[in-house]
Write a protein that binds this ligand. Structure first.
Ligand SMILES: [Zn+2]
Length: 325
């Protein structure tokens, strides 16, 4: 896992490369950013780079030296990864880490300790970690990784160098999906729905029925105008008390009409999220006025859903309004 394998986080990668090159290192880093954008992967690349014996100071780990080979084989004893055990990172895990951190490293330049999902540290574990960070052992580098830094102790935050990760572009998400899951043809569409997170996209692929669910909803919306009221109400009934279901219905409908709007206003294919419906969007039957009205209806329905109104009722009213005009 060298730096060259990380996609779409150029600023972060450049910063970390420079830190190694100039030997300007912190005892502790806090990698912050949305889930599924490469924080853990980058932490691993940084750990490898720090210990690579033939590190090319212009660029990257060598992948060949003994440290790199051990790392790639998963048995570099000086690089440790702590993950939540169950729902939290517990005091025992930090105690164990403490022992490791204060022993001299086996053979490497640095001991690197990566704490994944650091916001899941228990209070006790946090305090124990804080003590280590207050008097950090020599040549040990901590990398705390989290999407929710506000849940960490402020005193831990302030002892770490913050490194911020951004959402990825659709193109990068799509590229990574194609590499990882060449068998999935819907990768390009999913990557648009995942809005910048590979993690999110992979979750959607694993759920499998995301696109099928979307197809059903779009087909329903397309037939709405000619549909009998009975059928409309019967459809809404299926979503009785299903707040999550109605929420995802609204999201899918919003993206759908947003696509129509974006196409009408810009005429740019690349901006359309439902790429596999391009043809239908281009020849869409909706006028700009109508699209705007529908988007307003969807927007107020989303707000109503937040205020705990019965989800089925929201769906019924919304569908009747859209049908009417
Ligand atoms: Zn190496």
């Amino acid at each position: 896992m060298a730096f060259k394998d990380i996609q779409g986080q150029d600023l972060v990668v450049q910063f970390l490369k420079n830190s190694i090159k100039n030997n300007y290192l912190s005892h502790a880093y806090l990698f912050i950013g949305p889930k599924g954008v490469g924080k853990e992967t980058t932490a691993l690349a940084f750990a490898q780079g720090l210990n690579c014996l033939e590190y090319d100071y212009l660029g990257d780990s060598c992948n060949k030296c003994i440290s790199c080979r051990k790392f790639l084989g998963g048995n570099q004893p000086d690089i440790n990864i702590i993950k939540p055990s169950g729902l939290s990172i517990k005091i025992d895990q930090i105690r164990e880490l403490k022992n490791k951190a204060f022993y001299k490293s086996y053979e490497s330049k640095y001991k690197v300790i990566i704490i994944d999902d650091a916001h899941l540290l228990t209070d006790q574990a946090s305090n124990s970690l804080l003590k280590i960070l207050e008097e950090p052992p020599q040549n040990t580098i901590f990398i705390l990784v989290t999407p929710e830094p506000q849940q960490l102790l402020e005193t831990i935050n302030s002892r770490c160098q913050q490194v911020n990760f951004n959402y990825l572009s659709d193109e990068i998400v799509s590229l990574i999906l194609r590499e990882k899951y060449p068998e999935y043809e819907q990768g390009a569409v999913i990557s648009k729905f995942a809005r910048g997170s590979v993690g999110e996209a992979i979750e959607m692929l694993n759920q499998g029925d995301v696109l099928e669910n979307r197809d059903n909803i779009l087909s329903f919306l397309n037939n709405l105008e000619d549909m009998s009221i009975e059928r409309l109400l019967a459809f809404a009934e299926k979503w009785d008390k299903d707040r999550e279901g109605v929420k995802s219905f609204l999201e899918i409908a919003q993206i759908w009409f947003r696509d129509h709007l974006v196409w009408k206003v810009t005429g740019e294919e690349m901006l359309v999220i439902n790429q596999d419906y391009l043809k239908q969007i281009k020849t869409g039957k909706y006028t700009l006025d109508r699209i705007n009205r529908i988007l307003q209806i969807l927007h107020s329905s989303s707000s109503a859903l937040k205020y705990n109104v019965n989800p089925r009722l929201i769906l019924e009213i919304m569908l009747l309004k859209i049908k009417k005009g």
